[in-house]
Design a binder for this molecule. Structure first.
Ligand SMILES: [Zn+2]
Length: 204
């Protein structure tokens, strides 16, 4: 076979094409890696435990938005997961799609390109399909506030709850500042302590 100019061009073209295809797939396949071993720019798949979720809640404590999710794996490294615009909506819905909601202690997997921001590793989710719950570990129930008045109430600015309409301290709380609980258990779990006056009255 003669190496005509045409053939040489065809071979070169073929080689370049193979290179492009290879690079394409190389970039499309995330590397499964530990957080301690990641570098800026790596395209990775990481499995970790949720350390914390920074949330925006509405006034009844329903989750409105995810600020970021911090995960850690057994290498001891930390990584933050961010999502913006529509992906944030998808992520918020995904976090709320389990009952109880996805929270601290649950195991998740994330795929994306590692960025460094303020000295911290982060991945900005580009698609909700790149975030997945692997195992639900935390079954602590979710607590919401009642949108309609109940007889268990507090000031949104305080940490004391009341159970009597006649409580002189409870009466001082302006309607706009009142929050209502579904149960005393909910109030306690959210860190509220029962008012002494109400305690004495309910004891009588
Ligand atoms: Zn009271």
């Amino acid at each position: 076979m003669k190496l005509t100019e045409k053939r040489i061009m065809a071979i070169c073209f073929g080689a370049v094409l193979m290179g492009v295809v290879f690079l394409h797939f190389y970039e499309l396949t995330p590397r499964t890696i530990k957080i301690a071993d990641i570098n800026e720019g790596d395209y990775v798949k990481i499995t970790g435990v949720i350390q914390g979720i920074k949330l925006v809640r509405d006034k009844y404590r329903h989750i409105k938005k995810i600020k970021y999710i911090k995960i850690r794996d057994d290498s001891g490294g930390d990584l933050r997961i961010y999502a913006f615009k529509n992906v944030n909506k998808d992520l918020t819905n995904y976090i709320k799609s389990t009952n109880p909601t996805i929270k601290e202690g649950d195991i998740v997997e994330v795929i994306g390109t590692v960025k460094v921001y303020n000295g911290l590793y982060e991945i900005v989710l580009d698609n909700i399909s790149n975030f997945k719950l692997i195992e639900k570990k935390n079954f602590k129930r979710d607590i919401y506030l009642s949108p309609t008045p109940t007889n268990i109430y507090a000031s949104k600015n305080g940490k004391t709850y009341h159970t009597s309409k006649n409580c002189p301290y409870g009466k001082k709380i302006k309607e706009d500042n009142r929050i209502y609980f579904y149960s005393e258990e909910d109030a306690k779990e959210l860190g509220y302590k029962k008012c002494k006056w109400c305690e004495d009255e309910s004891g009588n």
